[in-house]
Design a protein around this ligand. Structure first.
Ligand SMILES: NC(=O)c1ccc[n+]([C@@H]2O[C@H](COP(=O)([O-])OP(=O)(O)OC[C@H]3O[C@@H](n4cnc5c(N)ncnc54)[C@H](OP(=O)(O)O)[C@@H]3O)[C@@H](O)[C@H]2O)c1
Length: 307
């Protein structure tokens, strides 16, 4: 079976479909989690300024590269600008402070460049374009190989184009069978913007159940996650894999890079095993009918709805 394992982001830049997420991994645990991920075969790591774990991620990368005999160009590293949100009492970043933010992230990571730099969310109407100008400049300076956005909807992206700026190369969004965003994904495909899927595991009963891991997942959804007759449990049995693997395989089969996060070594290994099976067309059609609309990963509500 010929399996697609990466996707083109731009000239000479490919993004591996299997990535490792690090949200909610504290800095003190990030090095060992990233190290375990590299040992398990992940070659794509996703972090962000606001996760406050870039230092640990950088240490895990150095340890993992050394033990696996890899060089920097063998791994794909994403980090994100925290844009600041005036509605939360923060000062939104300008072009200048955006440029400084990546420089500071690189210092914490111990890297000369990242492979992808994203604006984390479209919070600030006044500064979105200024921040995007900063990312364009950073790509020219080769501090990042590719640039993109996260949680942007169609009008947020069109706003950048209307300002005469290049389109993003990727949009990282909440994307799983319960939040399929067909209109946004169609637009991204038409404009060669890669949709990167986050929170693929929302339909699982084990998704972010530890204290303090807030989300907007409702009690009704959590009850559905536990149903013994759910489609994902049935497919997991049929294909001889876990529910997590069905959800992640759905993503990579749609061509979306996925970013499963875990601090459990067994789950880290299991989530990387996505290319030894495939979901047949009839079952992909059944999964297509599971869409429930908006995402739930942000407790403050779906950020693609920001004005
Ligand atoms: N751009 C954005 O706004 C944004 C938003 C959210 C996420 N992200 C990125 O996307 C990544 C993934 O999203 P996420 O962290 O929300 O959630 P996720 O990866 O979809 O799910 C993680 C949760 O599922 C559990 N889990 C992982 N593997 C499992 C398995 N095989 N079986 C059962 N449970 C399993 C984890 O617990 P354990 O750790 O205990 O295993 C954790 O509670 C993030 O880490 C981050 O890098 C980006």
């Amino acid at each position: 079976m010929k399996q697609q394992k990466e996707r083109i982001l731009g000239p000479d830049v490919k993004i591996p479909l299997l990535g490792f997420g690090t949200y909610l991994i504290p800095d003190s645990e990030a090095a060992s989690a990233v190290y375990a991920a590299l040992r398990a075969g992940y070659r794509h790591i996703d972090t962000a300024e606001v996760y406050k774990n870039e230092q640990g991620v950088g240490e895990g990368l150095r340890r993992g590269l050394e033990s696996e005999g890899l060089s920097r160009r063998d791994v794909f590293v994403t980090t994100k600008l925290f844009p600041g949100n005036a509605a939360w009492g923060q000062t939104p970043k300008t072009t200048e402070t955006t440029i400084r933010s990546l420089e500071e992230s690189l210092e914490r990571l111990g890297l000369d460049y990242v492979d992808l730099y994203l604006i984390h969310a479209p919070f600030d109407r006044e500064q979105r374009i200024a921040q995007w100008r900063g990312l364009v400049e950073l790509r020219e300076q080769k501090k990042t190989r590719a640039i993109g956005v996260s949680n942007f909807n169609i009008s947020h992206i069109e706003e950048l184009v209307a300002a005469g700026l290049p389109r993003p190369q990727a949009n990282q969004i909440e994307l799983h069978p319960w939040s399929q965003k067909p209109e946004l994904v169609r637009y991204l495909d038409e404009h060669s913007i890669v949709p990167i899927a986050y929170s693929s595991l929302v339909p699982l009963s084990t998704w972010r159940t530890a204290p303090g891991q807030n989300s907007a997942k409702s009690e009704a959804m959590q009850a559905d996650s536990q149903r013994e007759d759910s489609l994902f449990k049935r497919l997991a049995k049929e294909y001889g894999v876990t529910e997590a693997q069905i959800l992640l395989r759905w993503g990579v089969q749609k061509g979306y890079p996925v970013l499963p996060k875990s601090t459990n070594p067994e789950r880290i290994r299991q989530n990387a095993d996505l290319f030894s099976f495939s979901i047949d067309d009839a079952d992909m059609e059944l999964i297509a009918k599971e869409d429930r609309g908006d995402g739930v990963a942000w407790p403050s509500g779906d950020p693609t709805k920001a004005a």
